[in-house]
Design a protein around this ligand. Structure first.
Ligand SMILES: CC(C)(COP(=O)(O)OP(=O)(O)OC[C@H]1O[C@@H](n2cnc3c(N)ncnc32)[C@H](O)[C@@H]1OP(=O)(O)O)[C@@H](O)C(=O)NCCC(=O)NCCS
Length: 444
C-alpha cells in the first residue's frame, strides 16, 4: 500500500453513502476515469475544458498523487465526479533549515449542483484521517477563500505580499552583484533552474518541494499557464565562479499610449544567495522602457525595500495569508523544527477533531532542539513545571505559530490564545521566532 491507495476513511465514506453519493479513489492509470476527474477539477474552479494535451501532461506528472472523487450515480453524466480532491506527501521547510513531511491537499472542488450538503467536509476529514493514519504530522494547503478551512483546524502560517515598484523612483542602492545575468530558454531553465529552486527552498520555512508538475507549471511549460508562456522571459544569474544561484521569470506588457512605460510582471524570482538576489532585482528595476515592476506573491520581508533610493517606491498593493497548516501530530510536528531560544513551554491544545487535542510540554535545549512529552503523563502529574511558559490555544493557532512568522503576543491580544502564566506569549515568541521569514513562493 502506498499513500495513493491507502483505504478511504470509513467515516466519510459512510456519511456520503447515506446521501446516495460514492466516495472513492480514481484509478489514474485509467485515462478516461482520470480525464473525467481532471475535467471536474477544472470545472470546479470555473476554468475551461482541459485540452487532451494537458490531460496527457497530468497523466504523466500528476497521476502519482492520491486522487479522490465523489460520484453521484443518479446523474446523467455519472462518470464525471461531483467533487474532487488530490493529495501527496511533500517536504516542507521548517525553521532551522530542517524539514517535515507534510500532506499537501489540492484540487478541493464540489460541483455547484451539489454544494452545501457536507461533501467538502467529508473530503477534508477523510484527507486528515488518511494523513494521520500514514503518520504524516501536518496537512497544508493554499486556499481560494480564507473562510473555508478554519473549521477543519487550519490556520495561515505564511503571509505574502504583492509588490508594485515605480522604477523611476527606485534607483538601486544595494550591493553590486559579482556575477552576471543572462537570458535562458524555458526549456534550458527546466533543467538548470530546478536545482536552484530546490536549494533556495531549503533555506525558507514554508517552502515545499515542487513536484514535476508544479515545477513545469511554475516555469510556464505545463498546465494552463502554457498559452501565456510565449510572453515569458527567463533570466538566470551565475555567480563569479559561474555557478547558477538564481533565476527570474517575467513578462512585459506595453502601456496603452506610452511605449516608454511598460510594466514588467515578475512571475517568479528565486535566489539562493544575497548576491543573486541583488543581481536579479537590479536587472529588473533597470529594464529599459519599463516604469512599473509588479511582483505578486513575494515575501512580506523583502530586502529589496532597503536597496532602493526611495523605499516608498516599493508599494505593497496586497498582503494576505498564503500557506495554511493543520497540525495532526503535535509531538512529531514540533520536534521536527529548530527553535531560537531554549526554554520550557506547556501547551494546552484544543482540537475539535481530536488529532492534536491534549496537553504537552516542549523542552527546548541550548541547540534549539525540542523534546515534546505529554503533560498528562505521570512524570509531570498533569502540571506545567514551575519554570515553564504556559498557553492554552486551539490547533489552528498552534498551526499559525508553527513556522514562527505569527506572534503569540498578537494572538493573545486578539483574544485567540490564553496566557495561563503572565509573560508566556513573549517566551513563546522568543523560542518560536524564525530567523528567516516564512514564505511560500508558489501555489499548489
Ligand atoms: C468551497 C467548496 C469546496 C465547499 O464545498 P461544499 O461541499 O459546499 O462544502 P460543505 O457543504 O461540506 O461545507 C462545509 C462547511 O464549510 C462551509 N463552507 C462551504 N463553502 C464555504 C465558503 N465558500 N466560504 C465559507 N464557508 C464555506 C459550510 O457552511 C460548512 O460549514 P459547517 O460545516 O461548519 O456548518 C465548494 O463550494 C467549491 O468547490 N468552491 C469552488 C472551488 C473552491 O474554491 N475550492 C476551494 C479550493 S481551496
Amino acid at each position: 500500500m502506498t499513500f495513493a491507495d491507502a483505504p478511504i476513511a470509513a467515516d466519510s465514506f459512510g456519511k456520503l453513502n447515506a446521501g446516495g453519493l460514492r466516495l472513492g479513489l480514481v484509478d489514474t492509470s485509467d485515462r478516461d476515469a482520470f480525464a473525467a476527474w481532471i475535467q471536474a477539477d477544472s470545472r470546479g474552479f470555473h476554468e475551461g475544458r482541459v485540452a487532451e494535451k494537458q490531460i496527457d501532461e497530468q497523466l504523466q506528472d500528476v497521476a502519482y498523487r492520491r486522487t479522490t472523487g465523489v460520484w453521484d450515480d443518479s446523474m446523467t453524466d455519472a462518470a464525471t465526479p461531483v467533487a474532487t480532491v488530490s493529495s501527496w506527501p511533500t517536504p516542507l521547510t521548517l525553521p532551522g533549515e530542517t524539514s517535515v513531511s507534510a500532506w499537501a491537499i489540492s484540487s478541493v472542488t464540489v460541483a455547484p449542483t451539489h454544494q452545501r450538503r457536507g461533501i467538502a467536509r467529508a473530503l477534508l476529514e477523510a484527507e486528515l484521517r488518511t494523513a494521520h493514519s500514514l503518520g504524516i504530522p501536518l496537512a497544508i494547503l493554499t486556499v481560494s477563500e480564507a473562510t473555508i478551512y478554519s473549521r477543519f483546524g487550519f490556520a495561515p502560517t505564511t503571509m505574502t505580499a504583492d509588490l508594485e515598484i515605480d522604477t523611476r523612483r527606485a534607483s538601486w542602492t544595494g550591493p553590486a552583484a559579482s556575477g552576471r545575468v543572462q537570458f535562458i530558454s524555458l526549456e534550458q531553465l527546466q533543467s538548470v533552474g530546478r536545482g536552484v529552486a530546490e536549494r533556495a527552498r531549503r533555506g525558507v520555512p514554508g517552502e515545499i518541494e515542487l513536484d514535476d508538475y508544479l515545477w513545469g507549471r511554475l516555469i510556464g511549460l505545463l498546465g494552463d499557464a502554457k498559452d501565456e508562456a510565449k510572453n515569458l522571459r527567463a533570466v538566470i544569474y551565475h555567480d563569479a565562479a559561474g555557478a547558477p544561484q538564481g533565476f527570474a521569470l517575467y513578462r512585459l506588457a506595453s502601456h496603452a499610449t506610452d511605449f516608454a512605460a511598460h510594466t514588467a510582471t515578475v512571475e517568479h524570482l528565486c535566489t539562493v544567495t544575497d548576491d543573486a538576489y541583488a543581481g536579479l532585482w537590479r536587472y529588473l528595476l533597470e529594464l529599459p522602457l519599463v516604469t512599473t515592476v509588479s511582483a505578486p506573491l513575494r515575501s512580506v520581508d523583502e530586502p529589496l525595500i532597503w536597496q532602493v533610493t526611495d523605499s516608498r517606491a516599493v508599494r505593497t498593493t496586497h498582503r494576505r495569508d498564503h500557506l495554511w497548516a493543520r497540525i495532526l501530530d503535535v509531538t512529531a510536528a514540533l520536534e521536527a523544527r529548530r527553535y531560537s531560544a531554549p526554554g520550557r513551554i506547556a501547551l494546552d491544545v484544543t482540537d475539535r477533531l481530536g488529532f492534536a487535542h491534549g496537553r504537552v510540554l516542549i523542552a527546548v535545549d541550548a541547540t534549539g532542539t525540542a523534546q515534546v512529552s505529554p503533560l498528562d503523563g505521570l512524570e509531570h502529574n498533569g502540571e506545567a513545571p514551575a519554570d515553564a511558559a504556559s498557553l492554552a490555544l486551539t490547533v489552528n493557532d498552534l498551526g499559525a505559530l508553527y513556522l514562527g512568522g505569527v506572534s503569540a503576543r498578537t494572538l493573545v491580544r486578539a483574544g485567540r490564545i490564553t496566557e495561563l502564566r503572565p509573560g508566556s506569549a513573549d517566551a513563546v515568541d522568543a523560542t518560536f521566532h524564525s530567523p528567516a521569514t516564512p514564505w511560500l513562493s508558489s501555489w499548489f
